[in-house]
Design a protein around this ligand. Structure first.
Ligand SMILES: Cc1cc2nc3c(=O)[nH]c(=O)nc-3n(C[C@H](O)[C@H](O)[C@H](O)COP(=O)(O)OP(=O)(O)OC[C@H]3O[C@@H](n4cnc5c(N)ncnc54)[C@H](O)[C@@H]3O)c2cc1C
Ligand code: SF4
Length: 479
């Protein structure tokens, strides 16, 4: 098959007539499809059907991986897709961006025995992309719409998964979001090179076609209070994610060209979606030709360094206060960044931003790792008289996210939060202390993963169903 592809790519050096171009494109797509199908089948057939599905156990959605791998290996792609989507509302998204090395693939028995994991994520992506192409994925059709409505605040993976599950049960669903597009961090956080935006947009379009109402550019707390929304719907789900960037207060903080990760990534994603982004076009939020320094060691930092490389930055450095072994980001992402030319400055902590109006560099302290702290991780300690300077025309702070003050923002001071500011919910039902108000995703977990958001959304939907059924029963009894 590889030979067939290469032969195809190499044929004909002159420009062919228009019609021929069209045919060649179709032929290429066909051959490419065959090639990918063969690769997916090959990978799927490597699954040893080991009997103890560690991959499934370590998938937050408990996806039935061994069975859909078997079906793929046998060429039964429609059944493989049906099985994959029965536990996951966005298998093609998870297949692309789950940190599989920490989840399913990291626990594959073949990987443990040193023979390289079955590439579960790629197969999951393939099965679902193929289902889209074949037209097997259809909007929700409900027979009897219930006279009960659920308001969902937040159109990220948690909100969308809950919306789909509840709509399938016949409830009237309205999703409110303060952004202009649905998708949450799938649209404005995660870069296009990891997750193409059309993949997210076709999902939300499908949900809309299935009767879910989306109200965009609508901020709960500003356009309506939580109480007003509670009066409008029979139940509410809060799935607002976490958006307060963690700060690093250093001398020189106010200099120009120092940005938060979300400012930088949102501008880049908006540009990729075809929007006019003035701050990108005028060079402010564009890394082209600049010496970029990213502070942080998580996956968001990796997205910033890799986006900077794609924007043709002159140099890209990542400052992290621990060493490579102790980095919170996915090892796969770090390896990708290194391969693309990012320079990691391990064991380094910024001390001061230098410059006149705009940032021109940073003074950095060297770090030594001390004894483990309460979290069990080695404590970073500044090495005395170790400071050095790093040149920078643009600094991006990627130090993580905390929840916003939702009780204050929503005008519901009685809404209970944990000491980390995440919403406090009942462990089993995911209900907050306010009756009929549930919560899911990052707003209850803190910054997490898409797959956990989907899992929460599905679980919250099941609880909301129980809550509404119980309420209806009580009403019937009274009547
Ligand atoms: C840069 C970056 C890269 C990431 N990469 C990955 C990755 O590769 N793999 C992975 O698994 N995870 C990744 N994550 C994490 C993942 O994106 C999140 O865990 C996931 O999106 C959380 O889903 P959610 O639905 O809880 O919240 P979100 O996706 O944040 O969605 C919340 C939605 O609520 C809306 N909202 C908030 N407040 C209000 C309000 N008051 N009124 C109305 N709407 C409101 C927001 O506009 C948003 O659309 C990444 C995160 C970031 C920041
Ligand atoms: S959802 Fe994520 S963890 Fe689960 S099988 Fe798919 S890629 Fe692996």
């Amino acid at each position: 098959m590889v030979d067939k592809m290469l032969k195809f790519i190499n044929i004909g050096q002159q420009s062919p007539p228009k019609r021929e171009v069209a045919n060649r494109k179709d032929d290429f797509n066909e051959i490419y499809k065959e090639f990918i199908e063969e690769k997916a089948g090959e990978q799927a057939s490597r699954c040893s059907q080991c009997g103890v599905p560690f991959c499934q156990i370590h998938c937050p959605l408990s996806n039935n991986i061994p069975d859909w791998l078997k079906l793929t290996a046998e060429g039964r792609l429609k059944e493989a897709y049906e099985l994959a989507q029965s536990t996951n509302n966005m298998p093609e998204v998870c297949g692309r961006i789950c940190p599989q090395d920490r989840l399913c693939e990291g626990n594959c028995v073949i990987e443990q025995s040193g023979h390289g994991t079955v590439t579960i994520g790629s197969v999951e992506k393939y099965i679902t992309d193929n289902a889209w192409q074949e037209g097997w994925i259809k909007p929700i059709k409900i027979k009897n719409e219930k006279n009960l409505s659920v308001g969902i605040i937040g159109a990220g993976p948690a909100g969308l998964a809950a919306a789909e599950e509840l709509r399938k049960l016949g409830y009237q669903i309205t999703v409110y979001d303060r952004y202009d597009r649905a998708g949450g961090l799938l649209i404005y956080g995660i870069p296009n090179f990891k997750l193409e935006k059309f993949v997210v947009e076709r999902r939300t379009k499908l949900l809309e076609e299935g009767g879910i109402k989306f109200i965009q550019n609508f901020e709960v707390g500003k356009d309506v209070t939580l109480d007003q929304l509670r009066k409008k719907h029979n139940a509410i789900l809060i799935a607002t994610g976490v958006y307060k960037s963690r700060k690093i207060e250093l001398p020189g903080n106010d200099l120009g060209n120092i940005f938060s990760a979300m400012e930088f990534l949102t501008a880049s994603n908006k540009k990729g979606l075809g929007d006019k982004v003035e701050q990108y076009d005028n060079g402010t939020l564009n890394a082209e030709g600049k010496n970029v320094v990213v502070i942080g060691g998580g996956d968001t930092a990796m997205d910033c360094v890799r986006t900077s490389i794609r924007q043709k930055a002159k140099s890209v450095k990542c400052l992290y206060r621990r060493d490579k072994k102790n980095m919170p980001g996915s090892t796969r992402e770090v390896a990708n960044a290194e391969e693309e030319g990012v320079e990691f400055v391990w064991l380094s902590s910024p001390k001061e931003f230098i410059g006149t109006n705009k940032v021109e560099g940073l003074t950095v302290d060297k770090i030594i790792l001390g004894k483990p702290d309460d979290s069990g991780r080695s404590k970073p300690e500044v090495q005395e008289n170790s400071e050095f300077n790093v040149k920078a025309d643009m600094v991006i702070k990627a130090l993580g996210f905390d929840p916003e003050n939702l009780p204050k923002l929503f005008g519901s001071e009685d809404l209970q939060v944990t000491r980390w500011g995440t919403l406090k919910t009942d462990f089993d039902t995911m209900e907050t202390n306010l009756s009929g108000v549930f919560a899911a995703g990052d707003i209850i977990r803190g910054a997490s993963l898409v797959v956990w958001g989907i899992k929460d959304g599905r679980d919250a939907a099941a609880s909301i169903k129980k809550f509404l059924e119980k309420k209806e029963l009580q009403k019937e009894k009274v009547a």
